[in-house]
Ligand binder design. Sequence first.
Ligand code: G4P
Length: 530
Amino acid sequence: MSAANATEVTKRRTFGIISHPDAGKTTLTEKLLLFGGAIQTAGAVKSNRIKKAATSDFMEIEKQRGISVATSVMGFDYKNYKINILDTPGHKDFAEDTYRTLTAVDSVILVVDSVKGVEDQTRKLMEVCRMRNTPVIVFINKLDREGQDPYDLLEEIEKELNIHTRPLTWPIGSGKDFKGVYNLYEKNLNLFQPDKTKVSKEIVEIKDVNDSLVDELIGDKFAAKLREDVELIDGVYEPFTNDLYLEGYLAPVFFGSAVNNFGVRELLDTFVEIAPEPKSRYTENREVKPDEKGFSGFIFKIHANLDPNHRDRIAFCRIVSGVFERNKFYHHVRLDKKLRFSNPTSFMANDKSVIDEAFPGDVVGLYDSGNFKIGDTLTEGEKMQFKGIPSFSPEIFKVLENKDPLKTKQLEKGIMQLTDEGVAQLFIQQPGNVRIVGTVGELQFDVIQFRLLHEYGAKCSFTSLSYQKACWFTCDDVAEMERFNTIKRYNIAADKDGRPVFFADSLWSLKMTQDTFPKINFHFTSEFND
Ligand code: G4P
């Protein structure tokens, strides 16, 4: 890779913002784009409004998903950096989309609502980050509201999310008494001034926290409390080091109010300084480094084009190494096929544009007529397959039934393509080739039914199954594997690749099964080595 390309790599920062719905992810994204000059006014980011729709109104959701294609990746320049924010759907039924997007980022910013603390979705998303040791920065939002005590919040984050924290700023008061934040490292005060529409800052330089200016600015009472806090923080929290953050062990914490543009600049400035450059990714045989000459990338998300006249889909490719070039032939490893792309798309806030080249860390949208499925690898010829884009164990299961025997082929094709896109997972149970669809959300079944009908002309219905968890299983002992297969035959099916999957009726029965068959290894994602 040339020196110019190496610079392109080192200036890129590709990350995702994760949160429980309503914590302020969209608002924060918007403010970051404002700082980057990618948008001029607040209110321009429409993604994630999805969650505001009623769950039953899936057409509206799909429509909005259509709109949000453009905002699936938001690139902008800030200082000398090229920043790529990968959007993650807020709606919990699209959680698997989010899990997969997290495989394409190099770090995350976690938004926590200071009033509500750690919530359900936060826990699940962080589990995925922890699996991959993704570096995390925490932004505690909505300080303009009467929130929980900051020490309690950090303790809750540490306990529930299994990560150590180190505040880099510290709040002074909250709600109507919110005065601002103290920057523990730069030793300055950022005084709170609500401002919803534009970028502003009121940073007051002080010698240190004992400066008498502090009393003047925030009053004796808050100044005394701040001094006490600052002393305590050093004793309570580990010192911040970049290495601990990059290992995913220690999360620096910022406090602010996204809607008021408050604390966002500190977050962004620190982010560009400490967040990792595009990282290596791994194939079954080797590490692929971003500065390698040859192009490689993987597909982590596929978005259907909802116009029934065009069966096109957009496959999102994260570039791992080399330079991606328009109109150049690349090798689709799984299909052993040469493909070239005449309209690769990059995303810039609300705009899409055709690009000529892209670098590691970037995400390009590739128009696809059915060649791709999630996890596919593109290279300049090398036969390798990136790891780390697993399917996660689904939680809702239904049998797919064909309602129009004349359209059997269409149904078959449709369900195969939709599951390639990652809308749901498909399992086949014998005898009788029973097709079981597994998802993480109810909404997916509506989406499948609607899309099968409108895009493939196939009618289907679903019958619920009472399973609660599916997991892949393996065993070195052939006899034991056979015994398990016989005893549990009514709870066993195969995934699309023919690998055996066990369906548990409840978490309790899963535990019982694990205890009864200690030689069987159960796996909760599709990616395992034994
Ligand atoms: P999400 O993407 O994480 O789901 O959250 P989103 O940004 O949509 O924010 C959820 C709600 O929280 C929005 O209010 C937003 O204005 C509000 N919010 C975001 N940051 C702050 C903050 O710092 N302080 C306060 N007080 N509120 C904040 P909404 O009423 O649902 O929508 P809207 O009509 O304001 O857009």
